[in-house]
Design a protein around this ligand. Structure first.
Ligand SMILES: [Zn+2]
Ligand SMILES: [Zn+2]
Length: 329
């Protein structure tokens, strides 16, 4: 099999030929149909997350079909289409796990980071952590649901019942969550890099009531703002755009430092929260919702062997929607 692996952060992924793996106890072997490219992959490749002491195959938006099962697996079946998300394994024993917050498990292992991911022809996964995917989505459409959609959904839930919802950073997650938010009847305000009229037009096409640069105030104060861009300077900007009682949700795994800001923009019960990872319950809830919404994922596809080009397009902000890599024909 071919896997694109990161040997050292800061370097391009290297193609690596490996023997096909065998599933261990509790695992399924999956033939990868495609794998979404998430900003977290970029943070790992660029060394913005703690480096690991072993090479890693990125990719945690895996769509594929089960080709073999290890001992003790009775679900999913061989031939089933499954999705593999970021949450790859949890201990089940720590305080967070016991409290139903496995997203905060202290020993959690993540796909495409601690565990080899989906930038490969084949992938192994713990059978208990894979999802069934709604039939209405083809493989390529389903891939961005697995992280952009799922973590975006967790961020949206933390925003509470906000009617006027701002989104900062209009990439893969935003374009999925915008459609969910519109489906829920929320009013959407999209903030892009200043001058990025193409992204603003894209947001308006997806039902935003208003789109502008992040240097502009919204026409009306927001009840909540989701920040998908990894830019800490947006936190005080978003706080200033909030109505009293509003919430800023930071949805990324990494963000540049947040600059100091006056207490007055936090005052009046405004809140700042972050979103970390996902639980399997989030996944089940979101996939049930995605079966209803019809989400149109805009995707651009690269062959697996050219995964570095997909990462470069994301790094340089050249994507509209989500990038997906697919094993070479
Ligand atoms: Zn745990
Ligand atoms: Zn992700």
């Amino acid at each position: 099999m071919l896997a694109m692996q990161l040997e050292r952060p800061g370097q391009p992924l290297q193609p690596s030929r490996r023997p096909d793996p065998d599933p261990g106890p509790g695992q399924v072997l999956i033939r990868v149909a495609c794998c979404g490219v998430c900003r977290t992959d970029l943070h790992i490749v660029d060394g913005e997350l703690p480096a690991l002491d072993h090479p890693v195959v990125p990719g945690h938006e895996i769509v594929g079909r089960v080709t073999a099962r290890g001992s003790g697996v009775d679900h999913p079946a061989v031939g089933d289409r499954v999705g593999v998300p970021w949450l790859g394994w949890t201990c089940g024993e720590c305080e967070a796990c016991q409290a139903g917050r496995e997203n905060l498990c202290v020993r959690a292992r993540f796909t495409g980071y601690h565990l080899d991911g989906g930038y490969a022809d084949l992938a192994l996964a713990d059978a208990r952590y894979v999802f069934a995917l709604p039939d209405r989505y083809d493989d390529q459409q389903a891939a961005p649901l697995l992280c952009s959609g799922l973590i975006g959904y967790r961020a949206l839930r933390l925003a509470g019942p906000a009617q006027r919802l701002g989104i900062y950073g209009f990439g893969a997650a935003a374009h999925v969550i915008a459609q969910v938010a519109r489906h829920q009847g929320r009013d959407l305000f999209a903030f892009t890099r200043p001058g990025d009229h193409k992204a603003q037009q894209f947001a308006l096409e997806l039902g935003a009531a208003w789109a502008g640069g992040s240097d502009q105030p919204p026409p009306r104060p927001l009840d909540a703002a989701l920040i998908f861009a990894p830019v800490g300077a947006l936190v005080p900007v978003a706080l200033k755009a909030l109505a009293p009682g509003g919430t800023v949700v930071c949805a990324g795994i990494h963000m540049s430092d947040i600059p100091a800001f006056p207490y007055s923009i936090l005052w009046q019960e405004r809140r700042i929260v972050s979103v970390a990872n996902l639980t399997r319950k989030d996944g089940d809830e979101f996939m049930a919702l995605a079966a209803q919404v019809p989400i149109q994922a805009h995707t651009e596809t690269w062959p697996l062997s050219r995964a570095n080009e997909a990462l470069a397009a994301l790094r340089e902000g050249r994507l509209q929607g989500a990038a997906v890599v697919r094993p070479d024909a």
